[in-house]
Design a binder for this molecule. Structure first.
Ligand code: T4K
Length: 392
């Protein structure tokens, strides 16, 4: 018997929201003071609260994560070529272009799905100024190896941690690596400010530059120092952030059993491999990503995605197409990105958010199991491959 479809569409995520009453209290403050933007009291408080959570000396809020990457690279003086991954959201390479540099695409490690440090050196030229790595689905890039290469060649290291809010590696907050780390606070993220983002870093000078860059380059009422832009977060978004930050831990707690149940249900399905956190890494619980091995499962990733839609389940093919396949990067400098190409055709992100609940996860898990049995050519005894990567 095929499982019954959901009565309503189940999407990849559904943003959590703070209690309306608490938001009203903030709105009352804002209405009383008429301070709506430009680093008001809510903004100051959220930056302070985030600094305590992210573990760096400094945090700067921005209008979104993409602006964070662009302005962070401007602040570091990044130019020429930046080595990055093609297995990411368009914002990553686009931000390099907006910062005035050129992306050079490097293949990924097949297990972590992050940039492969073993392939970076071959792409370094006299024009290279930085490495921009992404912690894909919250799995950390190999921060130790990347820093070693950067030190050897005098490069800056930038991390796109859009998926890695509150991740730690052996209890060290992920933002403690590299010259700066960007977090996205888009509505689809576990912690969000509807739209928004931040940079986390330890160098005071970067902070001074970002303060200028995010506010038109204005130093004071009569001094405009550099051609900055408007990348500010307003007071209402900051109020949402203050309240969402209080909820972040509870949302994580709601997601933990869902992750466990998905893993349990899918570990027995031949050809389905859940993306796992390496040992020593705390899970950001941002995405529920799995790899579909068509030969053993019986359906390709695209076919599985389509079949799930008939059950009213709308998973997402993050990240397809590969950045190297966008027309705008057709002529970009690139490694042979074979692992990234494979990941882009095999990885699927299932619905994953606290409110989803265990019953829905059980049904989705059973749907995938059912589809596997229905389409598998022969019974396979393939063992589950644990994608474990050790950090020391
Ligand atoms: N780097 C990386 C590695 C990233 O993944 C991202 C963003 C960035 C940089 C850039 O950060 P920001 O500049 O955005 O701060 C979504 C997000 O818009 C995007 O922020 C995120 N990555 C990306 C992975 O996912 P879409 O185009 O898939 O969003 P959309 O509108 O299809 O939403 C997905 C599902 O979420 C919908 O099916 C329904 C649900 N949803 C969405 C929104 C916006 C809601 O229920 N309510 C909502 O308000 O990009």
């Amino acid at each position: 018997m095929p499982p019954a479809p959901f009565r309503f569409p189940i999407r990849v995520t559904r943003p959590a929201l703070p209690a309306m009453k608490r938001v009203h209290d903030h709105l009352n403050d804002i209405w009383a003071t008429h301070v709506l933007s430009n680093q008001g009291p809510k903004h100051i408080r959220l930056e302070r609260d985030l600094t305590a959570v992210l573990g760096t000396k400094h945090v700067r809020l921005l209008g979104n994560g993409t602006l964070g990457l662009i302005l962070g690279m401007k602040a570091l003086g990044v130019q020429g070529e930046v080595i990055t991954t093609p297995f990411t959201f368009p914002a990553t390479p686009h931000s390099i272009v907006w910062a005035g540099a050129v992306p050079v695409f490097c293949d990924i490690d097949r297990h972590s799905l992050c940039i492969d440090p073993g392939r970076i050196e071959a792409l370094i030229t006299p024009r290279t100024s930085a490495i921009l790595a992404v912690h894909v689905y919250g799995v950390p890039a190999n921060v130790v190896a990347i820093q070693a290469i950067a030190d050897k060649y005098g490069l800056k290291v930038i991390y796109d941690a859009a998926h890695a809010f509150m991740t730690t590696i052996n209890n060290v907050p992920i933002a403690c690596y590299g010259d700066f780390t960007m977090f996205s606070f888009h509505a689809t993220k576990l912690f969000h400010t509807i739209e928004g983002g931040c940079l986390a870093f330890n160098d005071r000078d970067i902070g001074k530059q970002i303060d200028l860059l995010r506010n038109f380059g204005i130093q004071d009422e009569t001094t405009v120092l550099i051609p900055g832009m408007n990348a500010k977060l307003n007071e209402i978004q900051c109020a949402i952030g203050i309240e969402m930050l209080k909820e972040a831990e509870a949302e994580r707690e709601r997601r933990k059993p869902l992750r466990t149940l998905y893993m349990e249900l899918l570990s027995d399905v031949p050809g389905i491999h859940c993306i796992r956190m390496p040992q020593g890494v705390s899970d950001s619980l941002q995405y529920m990503a799995l790899r579909v091995d068509q030969e053993n499962f019986g359906l390709s990733r695209d076919q599985l995605c389509k079949e799930l839609e008939s059950f009213n389940v709308f998973a997402r093919k993050y990240f397809y197409p590969l950045c190297t396949d966008y027309p705008c990067y057709a002529n970009a400098l690139s490694d042979d990105v074979q692992n990234a190409r494979e990941a882009a055709t095999q990885i699927l992100c299932l619905p994953f958010y606290g409110e989803l609940g265990l019953d829905a996860v059980e049904r989705i898990g059973k749907m995938i199991g059912y589809l596997g049995v229905k389409h598998r050519p022969t019974i396979s005894c393939e063992p589950m491959v644990a994608d474990i990567q050790q950090y020391s």
